[in-house]
Design a protein around this ligand. Sequence first.
Ligand SMILES: Nc1ncnc2c1ncn2[C@@H]1O[C@H](COP(=O)(O)OP(=O)(O)OP(=O)(O)O)[C@@H](O)[C@H]1O
Ligand SMILES: [Mg+2]
Length: 322
Amino acid sequence: MEQRLLQVENLTTVFSGPAGAAVAVDSVDFALDRGEVLAVVGESGCGKTVLSLSILGLVSPPGRVTAGRALFDGRDILAMAERERRAIRGRRASMIFQEPMTALNPVLTIGDQVGEPLRVHAGASQREALAAAESMLTRVGLPEPGRRLSSYPHELSGGQRQRVMIAMALALSPELLIADEPTTALDVTVQGQILELMLNLARDAGTAILLVTHNLGVVAQTADAVAVMYSGRVVEYGPVAAFFAGPAHPYSQGLLASLPRLEDRGRRLSPIPGTVPSLHDLPAGCHFHPRCPRVFEPCSRQTPPLFDLPGGRQARCWLHAS
Ligand SMILES: Nc1ncnc2c1ncn2[C@@H]1O[C@H](COP(=O)(O)OP(=O)(O)OP(=O)(O)O)[C@@H](O)[C@H]1O
Ligand SMILES: [Mg+2]
């Protein structure tokens, strides 16, 4: 069998603090093939950002990956020396963050930042890097790209900064792009355009994408597969068409039922009665059982495994135990 581009196994990330240890990412498993788009969805706080950072070895204290592997092209990113990991992040696997202002360096010009990966990882000269940066900024639709090379991040609008982030992330045609809600900070009308731009550029380069999003309309239109997270765990995983045709987990069913139309752009996911439990006070068994309309006897006692269902789907729910 061909090597999966990214294989995440049992990935677990814990934050320790005065209130005790909080498991933000709990035994997560999934795989991503070359060129594939996997959407990760779930309510605020379910661990999407921590998962994204964990995969690339970017979690910082008090957070720590306590178990699991993230195999990139067969090699565990988390077991690599930091130097090697940095080389992979610069060149083969890049990330676009939720808030572009925190990811851009405020004291470096746009030209220097977009050109940096080309200088550092592809051996381009300063002049070549600037020329490539300008052409990349043109491709992401930044107005007056030549003039923008000498601008600083604070001189750009939010949408322009996000375009710059996309240019940086895709400058070297990486094999993997992790895009954490790349457009939530933006105006709804701009969100769709920027997402489409990012997906088109990635598709042209054959880049696989792990796309964190709140927007099920975007998932339906762009993703091949979807992973639904709840309180740090993946509760459902599988091909997108089957997911929308008939979600297998009661939590996913609640998410979909709450949306009158999939095109409801920009809507936050918080549709099911009740609230997400605190990581410091998680219910026993299935974390979703206190809110679940189909709760039954085993749910409050035992954590369900991810059951395999037909069609390559999985659901972490006792309803699927056979
Ligand atoms: N630096 C930190 N210290 C302590 N806990 C943290 C830290 N960062 C994240 N967490 C906790 O980890 C959990 C998952 O957070 P995460 O940011 O991954 O959620 P998310 O799914 O990305 O949410 P959103 O949709 O709002 O972006 C949360 O309960 C959060 O409080
Ligand atoms: Mg997040």
